[in-house]
Write a protein that binds this ligand. Sequence first.
Ligand code: FAD
Length: 148
Amino acid sequence: MHRLVYISTAKWLFDARELEDLLINAKRNNLRDNVTGMLIYHDGCFFQVLEGPEKAVRDCFQRISKDLRHSGTIVLLDEPAASRQFGGWQMACRTFSGLTSLQKRQFIDLNMLADAVSKGLTMQDAPKTKAVLLAFLSAFRDLDVQAA
Ligand code: FAD
């Protein structure tokens, strides 16, 4: 089992319809490939967790990286995982307004983290920031994340 987490910047501000189009395709592919995960969209910024067999996750991320609808992809986490965290969701989606206040605060921290990573900091250099990321992910465990 493998988990990859990244953030990226949308090429334009997505509306609900564009997000829905993206998700329909993503869920279909992810069901086929045994990939699960979660996508958060906020103000032109994507945050996505992909989990599943390592090859399937890497193939999926390779396609996503080439997608012209976004750019500036920054990988925050890319490592083996003991189990799935979003096993029930081909790709759950939330917008910022759907997060709890704790999750919102942690999401802002993640944006700061991404800025640091883009300047050359790695997760190995920053165990505290990795802990923030893992705490953010575990805050979603057992929540009823709705598919958009
Ligand atoms: P098709 O759907 O036939 O797409 C072919 C090409 O058209 C691709 O190059 C695609 O990038 C492009 N494309 C498709 N729709 C649009 C559109 N509306 N506007 C502009 N270009 C378009 N895919 C997954 O499989 N799983 C995911 O979890 C996933 N998450 C994503 C998260 C983000 C933030 C983004 C931007 C994309 C995501 N995608 C995901 C889509 C992924 O980037 C590929 O587009 C998709 O996997 C290709 O699917 P397909 O082989 O069925 O090709």
